[in-house]
Design a protein around this ligand. Structure first.
Ligand code: MTE
Ligand code: MO
Length: 240
């Protein structure tokens, strides 16, 4: 966070105070006699947290970038299944399906995506499991793509569906962030199946699980669609 306006500062103050409160009250969560109540409380906090994070999130703040020498080798795979079960997408048949508040909903082939201007980034992917890797991804900035297809950028969310059944969604501000890209390449070569072929989202301002791999469909919407891990309690906004 580089800039703070007074409203943000006030919210941050409240967030910190609330954090302290939950630290005090949260220490006995494990042996609470009403786990469903604890669950409800956590959900409530998480919802409130989305609002606070969105307010604190400066759309112009950039995620850190790194030198080529800092790239993690080999990269680290993660998904809700083992690497051997990663989906194999047939490139010839693959299309990026578009839905929702988009002017031109024609599906995109991979060569059409490759014909758009590409940008490269060396950024960090942080997984909630407690590890981080630095990688080089290149592809089409999502904001350029959204403009190219005539998306309504006043909508609240951009939602993604993947070849393995995974799904997630992000707020429009993050979708329009200059570092948010539809990545096609990793280390200068097309993404491999486990790492999200043929297209994955790279949003370095968010945690790993907000970076869907092997995307099949994208929807611009005002409807809340949540996500795979979000449904299991992870915070939806998950800035990093
Ligand atoms: N399609 C799909 N995308 C996914 C996942 C998944 O299980 N399926 N896991 C997410 C999680 S939890 C992380 S940390 C990153 C891991 O990306 P990587 O394998 O490139 O490190 O992918 C995210 N995107
Ligand atoms: Mo993750």
């Amino acid at each position: 966070m580089t800039t703070f306006d007074p409203a943000r500062r006030k919210l941050l103050g409240r967030a910190l105070a609330f954090g302290a409160l939950t630290m005090l009250t949260g220490c006995n969560f494990d042996d609470l006699q009403h786990p469903d109540l604890a669950d409800k409380f956590l959900r409530l906090m998480s919802g409130w947290n989305n609002e606070v994070q969105a307010a604190l999130f400066n759309p112009h703040t950039l995620a850190p970038t790194f030198k080529a020498s800092e790239i993690t080798r080999p990269p680290r795979f993660n998904a809700f299944y083992d690497i051997t079960r990663a989906p194999q997408v047939d490139l010839a048949k693959w299309r990026l399906e578009l839905g929702g508040l988009i002017g031109d909903k024609r599906a995109w082939r991979i060569d059409q995506l490759r014909a758009l201007p590409q940008e490269s980034q060396i950024t960090r992917l942080i997984c909630v499991e407690g590890w981080r890797v630095i990688g080089q991804w290149s592809g089409v900035p999502l904001r350029h793509f959204l403009r190219a297809v005539g998306a309504d950028t006043r909508a609240r969310y951009v939602a993604f569906k993947c070849a393995d059944g995974y799904y997630t969604s992000i707020d429009m501000e993050s979708a329009l962030h200059p570092q948010t890209i539809l990545a096609l390449d990793f280390l200068g070569a097309p993404l491999t199946a486990p790492f999200g072929a043929p297209v994955r989202l790279r949003v370095p301002t968010k945690l790993g699980f907000k970076n869907p791999k092997s995307i099949m469909a994208m929807e611009v919407t005002n409807r809340w669609t949540g996500g795979y891990w979000e449904k299991q309690g992870y915070n939806w906004f998950s800035g990093s």
